[in-house]
Every structure is written in structure tokens, then in C-alpha cells.
Design a protein around this ligand. Structure first.
Ligand SMILES: O=C(CO)[C@H](O)[C@H](O)COP(=O)(O)O
Length: 261
């Protein structure tokens, strides 16, 4: 018996399934990290198994690498792939210009490297991730462990001079210990509430020596596939500037037998 999904999981799943249809035979595909991206990876695994789809996947975290292998996707490193046709990943927030906050799953560094090395970056997200102005979700930045408290002071001083509402930075914890990323670094979450100029902030943060990368993805994302709790899917495309409304797979038992009403 299949388990009924919550509206939010339904939304994540339909977005991921629609984006999975963009993947074609022979593609080198960047595989994102997080719960929405996990739906994508599992769906691509089904396509590999059922349709004989041949792809090479470049995961953006050890967690995604493990899942991709489990579902039968050929996993290669970014350097083995060289360049990617497409990357599909989740996001924590996206705005009207398809700028993003990412890093809720602490994988922002590999995610940004992989997305930047792709012809096309497609974000998959539930509708609740859309915002007018970025910043309600705390902005993650990856910092090296050496001197991280000094780095935090420098970051907070910078934030004082920027067009943001909040200025506090907290060290992300994993139980009693600081979170350690796949690259062996820590994450600071910046509680900004509202980011007036994301482009300027992204550039300024990366000028601080202890900051490895920040979770603002500016001019990187090309399309967002937005899923809704009732199974609707909407596509935003920055290049064409058009909004397409699309209902995915009604009547397809394979896709929808366990979706929420
Ligand atoms: O940036 C990310 C991981 O670093 C994720 O894509 C982001 O946190 C969204 O996660 P989810 O799909 O679980 O809501």
C-alpha cells in the first residue's frame, strides 16, 4: 500500500518529476541535494531502470552520491564529466529574477560549483519557496574552521554596512558539535530578514578571507519548476520571461496514485 503524501511533499515530488523529464539520453547531469532533489534522483533511477536512460550524474554531496548509486545512476566526478548539460537542484528561496538562497542542507559550495559548470540550471521547489525579497530564510555561508569566530565578527561588521535588516550570524550545529560540510568547513547562518541588494552582498561576503562561499546564487538559475500541493506545476523561465502553467500527468497512476487530494 502506498503512503499518502503531505501537500508539501506532493509539491516537491511533482516539481522533481517534471524536471526529471528534461533529462535526455547521454546527458551529464548535476544532481542537487535535499529532500526535493532526492525525489529527482529516485525518479531518474526509475528512468534508468525502466527506460534504459543513459546518463552520468555528478552529485553535489556525499548524501546525493550515495542515493544516486543506490538507485542505479552512474556517478562520476565533476572533473570526469568536464562540463554538464544540466543541473537540477532544490532551493531554500527564489525571487522574481530567479536569484536563490541555497545551503539549507549545507551543500552550497559543491552545489554552486556544479551549477556554474552547467549549460542549464533548473531549480525544483514547492511554491512556498517563492519570495518577493530574499532573506527570510537565514543565508548560509561556508567558512573555514580556522578562526571562524574572527570570520564571524568580520561578517557581522560587513552586514552592519549592507542593505539588510538583521546582522547576526550563528554557527550551525549538528547536536553538540558544529556542522561539518563535505569539504570539512563550518556553516554560519546569517539572520538578515531582508536582503536589499543580493548581488552586492554576495560579492562582499566572498571578499572576507575565511569565507569560502555564500548561499546566494545570482544569475545562475535559468528555470524554476514550482510544484503545488494539489499536483499543479508551474514553470518559470528567465530567458523567455514567460510563465507557463502546466498540470502534470493527471490520470497517470504511476505518478499520482499516492498524491494528496
Ligand atoms: O540548498 C540545498 C542544500 O544545501 C537544498 O537544495 C535546499 O536546502 C532545499 O532543500 P529541500 O529540497 O529539502 O527543501
Amino acid at each position: 500500500m502506498t503512503q499518502k503524501l503531505s501537500p508539501i511533499d506532493t509539491a516537491k515530488r511533482v516539481a522533481a518529476y517534471r524536471a526529471a523529464e528534461m533529462v535526455e539520453d547521454g546527458m551529464r547531469v548535476g544532481l542537487g541535494t535535499g529532500s526535493t532533489a532526492a525525489w529527482l534522483v529516485r525518479r531518474l533511477g526509475e528512468r534508468v531502470k525502466n527506460e534504459g536512460l543513459k546518463i552520468r550524474g555528478v552529485p553535489t554531496s556525499t548524501a546525493t552520491a550515495q542515493l544516486a548509486r543506490e538507485v542505479g545512476i552512474e556517478v562520476v566526478s565533476l572533473d570526469q564529466a568536464g562540463w554538464l548539460d544540466l543541473t537540477i537542484d532544490g532551493a531554500d528561496e527564489f525571487d522574481g529574477e530567479l536569484n536563490l538562497i541555497k545551503g539549507g542542507g549545507a551543500a552550497l559550495l559543491q552545489e554552486k560549483i556544479v551549477a556554474t559548470a552547467s549549460d542549464l540550471m533548473v531549480v525544483i521547489a514547492d511554491a512556498g519557496k517563492e519570495v518577493e525579497t530574499l532573506g527570510a530564510f537565514p543565508l548560509p555561508i561556508e567558512v573555514i574552521p580556522f578562526g571562524w569566530q574572527t570570520t564571524r565578527t568580520l561578517v557581522e561588521e560587513l552586514l552592519d554596512s549592507m542593505d539588510v535588516l538583521g546582522t547576526s550570524a550563528t554557527l550551525r550545529m549538528n547536536g553538540e558539535a558544529p556542522t561539518v560540510t563535505d569539504e570539512g568547513n563550518h556553516i554560519l547562518d546569517l539572520h538578515l530578514q531582508r536582503i536589499g541588494n543580493p548581488r552586492q552582498l554576495a560579492l562582499a561576503l566572498n571578499q572576507i578571507p575565511g569565507v569560502v562561499e555564500n548561499g546566494l546564487f545570482i544569475d545562475i538559475c535559468d528555470k524554476v519548476v514550482i510544484g503545488f500541493g494539489d499536483g499543479r506545476v508551474e514553470l518559470r523561465d528567465i530567458n523567455e520571461g514567460t510563465i507557463q502553467l502546466d498540470r502534470l500527468g493527471e490520470g497517470d497512476d504511476n505518478l499520482f496514485s499516492d498524491l494528496a487530494d
